[in-house]
Design a protein around this ligand. Structure first.
Ligand code: HEC
Ligand code: HEC
Length: 285
């Protein structure tokens, strides 16, 4: 056998994904600050009844140690970024000299429940918008400020702050009416095999959740916990950045955070978690 054939075999071996069966989701329960009960398992929404019986938060697939970081805001490193997001909320920016608070007041009042319905159809714009798109619309068209970079600094911190005031409320994105076409596009992306590994999101997160792939205990890939503080990179991570990482892991070309494809995928994946509580900012490894 020549060298070329050997490398071909070696790379085929490293590329083939191998799933190792393991115990699935644990039975722990999550209450934040002894006060907010988090629904981390729920009956599957009707649209995915053929796929799974139950939808499960990614929290259930992490170690007890990682899980416990989410039970108290003083232990949750993501809450430091929520504080920063609140500062940004209260600071004037742009040619109009306005802050978010000037129009929206206290987020603990005005933003409660907002996270649960995004991505959401915006009638005037004729598009499905993620929370970050909506925030940028306010910045560009109501504040005369520059759009924030997708999933970066201020955008992700303010998104985490907005998520935090909805913790405990059930995700409930609409997938019918004018949002249906975008949802279908997201669904298609979810089930399409990509990359040299020829794996779809479903291959890992629907057919193999609870099993191991390499050192990782696979979850259902839910997004009710986003933005997520990851111990691995010690910062908040956005939904689209996570999608990008997962697509890259299949050795495929990926889409950009904020792209129409990832907006559609976000709507679809969010709908797979309808019924689970908002958890963001969650803690993952
Ligand atoms: C000049 C007033 C104004 C400012 C300043 C402003 N907004 Fe808004 N915002 C609005 C209005 C009006 C709407 C409703 C728009 C719509 O439905 O299209 C809105 C909608 C929103 C929504 C969607 C709420 C929902 O229930 O769907 C979010 C989230 C939001 N703004 C965040 C922000 C953030 C973050 C900032 C600061 C970066 C900000 N806004 C600054 C006026 C403002
Ligand atoms: C090769 C297997 C694999 C594929 C394919 C894959 N992922 Fe993942 N994904 C992982 C692993 C491993 C993790 C980290 C452990 C976990 O939470 O499942 C992860 C984590 C996630 C998370 C974070 C969940 C949480 O609770 O923090 C989301 C969201 C996600 N994936 C979505 C997707 C989407 C959408 C696709 C398709 C575009 C996809 N993944 C494709 C392996 C995969």
């Amino acid at each position: 056998m020549n060298f070329k054939a050997l490398t071909a075999i070696a790379s085929a071996l490293t590329l083939s994904a191998s799933f190792v069966a393991a115990g699935g989701a644990d039975d722990d329960t999550l209450v934040v600050n002894d006060e907010i009960s988090i629904v981390t398992k729920a009956a599957a929404p009707a649209h995915m009844a053929d796929a799974v019986d139950e939808v499960i938060s990614g929290w259930h697939f992490r170690t007890d140690e990682t899980q416990s970081l989410q039970a108290d805001d003083f232990d949750n490193p993501g809450m430091l970024f929520v504080e920063q997001g609140l500062d940004v909320w209260n600071t004037a920016d742009g040619s109009e000299g306005k802050s978010c608070a000037d129009c929206h007041g206290d987020p603990e009042e005005s933003m409660v429940g907002v996270r649960t319905v995004y991505p959401k159809w915006n009638e005037a714009a004729g598009e499905v918008r993620t929370l970050q798109m909506q925030m940028n619309d306010c910045r560009e068209n109501r504040m005369g400020a520059e759009a924030w970079k997708y999933d970066k600094a201020d955008a992700i911190n303010v998104e985490a702050m907005i998520a935090s005031v909805s913790r405990g409320l059930p995700m409930n994105v609409a997938i019918d009416g004018p949002a249906a076409a975008t949802w279908e596009q997201g669904k298609e992306l979810y089930y399409t095999r990509t990359g040299q590994l020829e794996l779809s999101c479903a291959n890992c997160h629907e057919q193999n959740f609870g099993n191991y792939i390499r050192a990782d205990h696979l979850s259902q890939g839910q997004i009710n916990g986003f933005p997520t503080y990851r111990l691995k990179n010690a910062k908040l991570n956005g939904v689209h950045s996570r999608f990008k990482g997962c697509v890259r892991d299949t050795r495929a070309e990926t889409y950009k955070p904020g792209s129409a494809e990832f907006v559609a995928l976000e709507l679809y994946v969010a709908s797979r978690g309808n019924g689970l509580s908002v958890e963001g900012p969650s803690v993952r490894n």
